[in-house]
Design a protein around this ligand. Structure first.
Ligand code: FAD
Length: 317
């Protein structure tokens, strides 16, 4: 039985899906112990019900308008305060841009072990975290033998399960000192309707898409499927789309239910970001393209013929 603390994140006024997935992981690790959640910012209270529905027994609110947007100093101070109050044995959050930046800062302050980008957790006599290494070519199993454990969990990898709990709320006052950075505004570069890192369906384009105009049929297919558009680095480098769409070793890591790769050869650096997708469909005119080695379904053909046909068929469903 363990005492677990989850840092929940919000985006655009909603709880991030990954936070609910992390609560499910917390339930598994707690194994009958205590599941705590914390949330920062002035409107944490409104997420109480949802956090409780997914297993949060106690919810710690750090209500401070300066925490409405992520700042490394502010979130670090707030999380350290909650940890001091809760005294958890395990601290979890999503492997998001916030999680990736924040947890190492907090772990180093507490001299705690940090395991990042976990995709599975086995709970028995020991707690074993699994994480991909070498761009997803191998998996590492890690156990922390002493002290507090901190881990980030890869989004879209573990199904969030409802597990109604009391969701008793507690307010924590965190006096934020010497904030060195403040985010004044966030200007969105892309107008994608679906968040790429949490999308269940991704239609990704590579150099084979040939131009920014060439991405239009991919966007249409993504819209019909309720998904998001992604890209290979070659497509971003060529200026066909924004770097915020890049998937891979130096881009975003995604785990959608369905990944449709259009005109992407399947370089190892691209596979690092998408090979754990549940179903992979590759459309490529080269039957020898490496992407076919990891694809569940392969279509050898011209993407400019195949993608509009798929869009028409999905429109009928
Ligand atoms: P290509 O390899 O040029 O493939 C284009 C494909 O399109 C070909 O297979 C071709 O047959 C097909 N095609 C062409 N026309 C059509 C058509 N009409 N219909 C159907 N198919 C067609 N890459 C990433 O993606 N993400 C990363 O994060 C990343 N990080 C990197 C980090 C480092 C340190 C390095 C060195 C490289 C990185 N790369 C990354 C680059 C990577 O090595 C590849 O160069 C890149 O992934 C290739 O992109 P691509 O598949 O779109 O292009």
């Amino acid at each position: 039985m363990k005492k677990v603390l989850v840092l929940a994140e919000t985006k655009n006024g909603k709880l991030r899906n990954v936070s609910l997935e992390v609560l499910t992981v917390a339930g598994k690790i707690a194994n009958g112990g205590e599941i705590n959640a914390c949330i920062f910012g002035s409107d944490g209270e409104k997420f109480r019900e949802e956090l409780a529905k997914f297993g949060a027994q106690k919810i710690y609110l750090v209500e401070n308008a300066e925490l409405n947007r992520y700042t490394p100093d502010g979130f670090k101070q707030a999380l350290l305060k909650v940890i001091e109050e809760v005294q958890p044995e395990v601290v979890l959050t999503g492997h998001t841009s916030v999680g990736k930046d924040l947890l190492p800062r907090v772990a180093v302050r507490l001299n705690a072990a940090l395991i990042s980008d976990c995709i599975d957790v086995e709970v028995g006599e020991k707690i074993i975290f699994t994480r991909p290494i070498y761009s997803g070519k191998a998996f590492q199993k890690k156990e922390v033998t002493n002290g507090i454990v901190m881990a980030t969990i890869r989004p879209n990898n573990i199904e969030a399960k409802e597990n109604q709990a009391a969701g008793e709320t507690f307010k924590i006052l965190a006096e934020l000192k010497d904030l060195r950075t403040m985010v004044k505004d966030i200007v969105k570069k892309t107008s994608g309707k679906v968040d790429l890192s949490e999308a269940k369906i991704i239609v990704a384009g590579g150099r084979g898409v040939k131009s920014a105009e060439g991405f239009k049929p991919l966007q249409e297919l993504a819209d019909v499927l309720g998904g998001a558009v992604g890209a290979s680095r070659a497509a971003c480098d060529a200026g066909y789309c924004d770097y915020s769409l890049q998937i891979g070793q130096t881009g975003k890591v995604v785990t959608p239910d369905l990944y449709i790769a259009c005109g992407i050869s399947g370089a190892i650096q691209h596979l690092a970001g998408m090979s754990s997708s549940k179903v992979i469909v590759a459309i490529n005119k080269d039957p020898e393209a490496n992407i076919f080695h990891i694809a569940d379904y392969g279509i050898v053909g011209d993407l400019f013929e195949v993608v509009p046909l798929l869009t028409e068929e999905f429109k009928k469903v």
